[in-house]
Design a protein around this ligand. Structure first.
Ligand code: ATP
Ligand code: MG
Length: 411
């Protein structure tokens, strides 16, 4: 993409009403636009990052045998009444609205009810199981505080997968594979080093749920990390019994602030029973389907990457999620030779399938360097009259700052 074509621009000043570092930097660099507190639009650069995160998650969910769907955001009141989750006293973050005839509908904050209800039409016997179904869907949650930028939206994208199994044993085998898939996702998006499999409260069906918590000062959670075992315990469940249970000693754990980037849950028959999702086993006996749910917020992941991958100049994207692989900066000369060479180089790199953002704007070198640092693309290629004369280009690595020269003919 040519930067002259990009409709967004960078800003020197951070927006005044923004307190989260992720939103501040992403707004300044032109990745997102703040519509109102807890509601952000993704701009071309931001959407490229979000889509890369989504792509990585999708690959891992497909590898697990997940089948992708897209459910509706609008929710049927009756279905939620069946599981006792319609009432505002039970669920305090619903957004609800009314049809013309006065009937109430909800905007989904999660999709257990909707999908369990839908699957009733398709699961009849043990032969229809197991199944794993997922989507990337907008969720709406009337969050009380929305001060963490894109890490806590009132409207946000979630990948939610639901698993359907005949019993707890087969469920557990899938659940363990999902856990590994989640660890791979966080590794691949560049959060592997600081993300811990974390024991958290499990609800009615299992002792624990598992959260994936990324250590960050911007986090709203407190976890107790066992570095050698690469696991953690959420403060909400930390007590002597749990420690004994997990074979951990309190003095080996270090308290850290963290962001919950993912959460997986054994649901058991909590939803299948009230909604009547059952199957006939080999003997013809009807049994409730055993379920699990598995969530990741791609926007929260993106915000967390920004919180943990910056320096004083701007964002430092991991390669796997960067909006472009290369930021080509052309420092124009009077004669126009640099422009001509940069145009050709841009075409050549693009033809090789390399994703290039080409700064072809008629602005000074200082502005180009400053913007490149702020936007944070992993490799910066600088072509100037000086490098061109030697038939070379300067390559700077955004993360390490290491500069190398390369022959133009090699590119
Ligand atoms: P939290 O405790 O942070 O409010 P949660 O436990 O309610 O989150 P889940 O229902 O487990 O969240 O949602 C699954 C995933 O969706 C979370 O792990 C997180 O990555 C993401 N997520 C949840 N709430 C938000 C939000 N308000 N904005 C962005 N992402 C979110
Ligand atoms: Mg959670």
């Amino acid at each position: 993409m040519r930067q002259t074509q990009l409709f967004t621009r960078t800003r020197r000043e951070a927006p005044k009403d923004e307190v989260a570092k992720n939103a501040e930097l992403l707004i300044r660099a032109g990745f997102i636009y703040k519509e109102m507190a807890g509601a952000y639009a993704y701009l071309p650069l931001g959407l490229r990052v979000l889509n890369k995160i989504v792509g990585i998650i999708r690959e891992e969910m497909n590898a697990l045998g997940g089948q992708e769907v897209l459910l509706t955001a609008l929710q049927n009141r009756q279905v939620w009444e069946t599981t006792n989750r319609w009432s505002d006293e039970v669920v305090n973050n619903w957004f609800k609205t009314k049809l013309k005839n006065g009937a109430e509908v909800g905007l989904a904050f999660t999709h257990e009810e909707a999908l369990t209800n839908l699957m009733r039409d398709y699961i009849r016997s043990f032969r229809d199981l197991p199944a794993a179904v997922y989507q990337f869907q907008t969720k709406f949650r009337n969050e009380e505080r929305a001060k963490s930028g894109i890490m806590r939206g009132r409207e946000f994208l979630m990948k939610d997968l639901y698993s359907f199994n005949v019993d707890e044993i087969t469920h557990q085998a899938f659940y363990d594979r999902a856990k590994q898939a989640y660890l791979r996702v966080f590794d691949r998006v560049g959060l592997g080093g600081e993300t811990y499999l974390t024991f958290a409260s499990g609800g009615s069906f299992s002792k624990y749920s598992h959260e994936f918590q990324t250590v960050s000062e911007a986090g709203e959670d407190l976890i107790y990390v066992h570095e050698a075992k690469r696991i953690a315990v959420n403060k909400e469940v930390l007590n002597d019994e749990v420690l004994a249970n997990l074979g951990l000693k309190r003095e080996e754990l270090v308290e850290k602030k963290s962001v919950e980037v993912g959460n997986i849950f054994t649901l058991g028959t909590r939803f299948s029973e009230p909604l009547g999702l059952s199957y006939k086993d080999a003997a013809g006996v009807s049994k409730p389907v055993f379920m699990g749910s598995y969530g990741i917020g791609p926007g929260r992941v993106m915000g967390t990457i920004v919180e943990t991958h910056t320096d004083d100049k701007g964002i430092v994207w991991p390669e796997s999620v960067a909006p472009f692989a290369v930021h080509l900066l052309a420092l124009f000369d009077e004669a126009g030779a640099v422009k001509a060479a940069a145009d050709t180089l841009y075409e050549n790199l693009t033809k090789q399938g390399i994703e290039v953002l080409y700064d072809d704007r008629d602005v000074g070198a200082g502005e180009k360097f400053g913007d490149a640092d702020l936007i944070g693309i992993p490799k910066r290629y600088v072509l100037s009259a000086k490098t061109l004369q030697k038939g070379e280009i300067e390559i700077k690595d955004r993360a390490t700052g290491v500069v190398t020269m390369k022959a133009l003919s090699d590119l």
